[in-house]
Design a protein around this ligand. Structure first.
Ligand code: NDP
Length: 282
């Protein structure tokens, strides 16, 4: 199965389907990612905060595949927004991953109520990591339209990616549109709403129509919207299920029925980035 790639505005490209490792226990991560690689995943989404970068790196090394076959993303811990900490923690991520370069480094959360509201100097430090060659691309996560507007206005550099919560119950159109306005591609986190879609009557009906599972239908909906997805599962059968989403299509009417499931703010499975302020102990 060949996974389509999307072009980013810095001249690089990214596989539209990947594998997420949030809540994969560190001790299990190498084995879980090795299985995902066997299934065919080559794009892995981790974060400093997940505590499992070592396992991701070990699985990539154990695969014996060329480094260039992989697309690896990690994200800045909320504890490290000050520019010196961005640089230091980034070097530590590379060491944990056992890589000389990652493909994408993201600010995990904007934290507008922390660091005197200064996520601009954080963003500038991220862009300097691209100039220095440690990461091929820099982007953001959980940025609302006003957060995006501000970093672009103040630095003149737009992120290539905005990774935000998107699924049928939170279609997040304002943040998607602002990302597109700045030329950023959207990555949809919690794409199957942490499993909620499995019991959804509308998605279940469509799954019956196309002969697929609710998870596959939902992932296909994201792909047809042009977003990137990286569902997480520690179960091989589900990894395989979530990977088989490029050989069928939803009709416009089926896609519209899923669009209509949007619950706005009430549909969030995670926190609202305007108020989320958790800083883990470093
Ligand atoms: P997902 O929407 O990917 O759902 C994962 C959950 O659904 C797990 O409980 C998994 O269980 C279950 N599941 C997976 N596949 C299936 C299936 N085919 N049928 C039924 N259940 C299934 O949620 P995540 O929150 O993990 O989001 C995906 C990725 O997005 C994360 O791993 C992370 O990389 C990223 N993310 C980023 C955030 C950010 O702030 N930037 C925040 C949250 C996530 P099991 O493992 O037992 O199979």
């Amino acid at each position: 199965m060949s996974i389509p790639r999307l072009d980013l505005h810095d001249g690089t490209s990214i596989p539209q389907l990947g594998f997420g490792v949030f809540l994969v226990p560190p001790a299990d991560t190498q084995q879980v990612v090795e299985e995902a690689i066997e299934v065919g995943y080559r794009h892995i989404d981790t974060a400093q905060m997940y505590g499992n970068e070592e396992g991701v790196g070990a699985a990539i090394a154990a695969s014996g595949l060329p480094r260039d076959d992989f697309y690896v993303t990690t994200k800045l811990n909320n504890s490290f927004h000050r520019p010196d900490d961005v640089r230091r923690s980034f070097d530590e991520s590379l060491a944990r991953l056992g890589l000389e370069q990652v493909d994408l480094f993201l600010i995990h959360w904007p934290l507008p109520t922390r660091y005197d509201g200064d996520y601009v100097s954080t963003w500038r430090a991220m862009t300097e990591l691209v100039d220095a060659g440690g990461t091929r691309s820099a982007g953001v996560s959980n940025f609302h339209p006003d957060h995006l507007d501000r970093i672009v206005t103040e630095t003149g550099v737009a992120p290539v990616i905005n990774q935000i919560e998107v699924h049928p119950y939170l279609t997040n159109e304002a943040a998607r549109a602002a990302s597109h306005r700045h030329g950023a591609v959207v990555e949809a986190w919690s794409p199957i709403a942490r499993g909620r879609v499995v019991d959804d009557a509308v998605i279940g009906r469509i799954a019956g129509e196309v002969g697929r599972t609710p998870s596959q239908v939902t992932l296909r909906w994201h792909l047809q919207r042009g977003d990137i997805v990286f569902p997480k599962s520690v179960h091989r059968a589900r990894m395989e299920e979530n990977f088989e989403v490029f050989d069928f299509e939803l009709s416009p009417a089926q896609a519209a029925a899923i669009d209509a499931l949007d619950e706005g703010e009430a549909g969030r499975v995670g926190p609202n980035p305007d108020v989320f302020d958790r800083i883990p102990e470093a």
